[in-house]
Design a protein around this ligand. Structure first.
Ligand code: 6AU
Length: 258
């Protein structure tokens, strides 16, 4: 079989500048680990991110679960992003018509456009969602991921829905740099495939979340990055566990390209 391309080689195929930077950053930092910092107090998030920031290429937020969200929090998060060299991904899951998502991205309390390098969107409403987002995002050098598959039990994002999502990404590849998916949903190497629902042991939670291990995600299902939340932020020693995930995910990638 033909050897797989490296992240740095794939960067050349990516049509979005931020996407190219991310491919490079992953190889430079030897990290294809994303921290999902799903805590509800800004101080706790900043503390966690300062501890594990050196191990991850992206920190993912859910701005709408933070009880004391302020511009000051955003500035501190951006300072940490510079200090540790990671990108910021707001997991907003836009899912409305283009005109509405444009406002949700640009306006409101969170002003996501001002601080999130990357956002994600559901494809359920059709290409208008991307058109709306890229109208404000492209000129600011931002990028977007489409949710092609979900980790949760009974997800409707499968089959034809997943295929149509891939087609949408190909049409808008200036702004769409990849997917949230459980599998390598297409063989196009310009895209990044990011997998949530990852733990050190397979299993599930009580609300439909389903977990695979880093090596199942990266080696078996051939995705590129793992997204880890609870298994890191609930750990007694988040730094140690993050390093364990970083090694497991990056070694799986190295094995795949060798
Ligand atoms: O590791 P966990 O289960 O604590 O957290 C997983 C994180 C959560 C979810 O909102 C998110 O990943 N997520 C997503 C994303 C990133 O879009 C999609 C999905 O299918 N499953 C999933 O868990 O912040």
């Amino acid at each position: 079989a033909k050897a797989e391309m490296t992240f740095k080689e794939r960067a050349e195929l990516c049509k979005n500048e931020l996407g190219r930077r991310l491919f490079g950053l992953m190889e430079d930092k030897q990290s294809n680990l994303i921290l999902s910092a799903d805590l509800t107090k800004s101080e706790d998030i900043l503390k966690l991110v300062d501890i594990v920031g050196s191990k991850v290429c992206i920190v993912k937020t859910h701005a709408d679960i933070i009880e004391d969200f302020t511009v000051d929090f955003v500035h501190k998060l951006q300072d940490l992003a510079k200090k540790h060299n990671f990108l910021i991904f707001e997991d907003r899951k836009f899912a409305d018509i283009g005109n509405t998502v444009k406002y949700q991205y640009n306006n409101g309390l969170h002003k996501i456009i001002e601080w999130a390098d990357i956002v994600n969107a559901h494809s359920v409403s059709g290409p208008g969602v991307i058109q709306g987002l890229q109208k404000v995002g492209l000129e600011k050098g931002r990028a977007c991921l489409l949710i092609a598959e979900m980790s949760s039990k009974g997800s409707l994002a499968k089959g034809e829905y997943t295929k149509a999502t891939v087609d949408m990404a190909k049409t808008y590849s200036e702004f769409v740099i990849g997917f949230i998916s459980q599998n390598r949903v297409c063989d196009d190497q310009q895209f990044l495939y990011m997998t949530p629902g990852v733990r050190l042991e397979e299993g599930k939670d009580s609300l439909g979340q389903q977990y695979v291990t880093p090596s199942v995600a990266i080696l078996q299902n051939k995705t590129d990055l793992i997204i880890v939340g609870r298994n890191i932020y609930n750990a007694e020693d988040p730094l140690n566990v993050a390093e364990e995930f970083r090694q497991a995910a990056y070694n799986a990638y190295l094995k795949r390209i060798s």
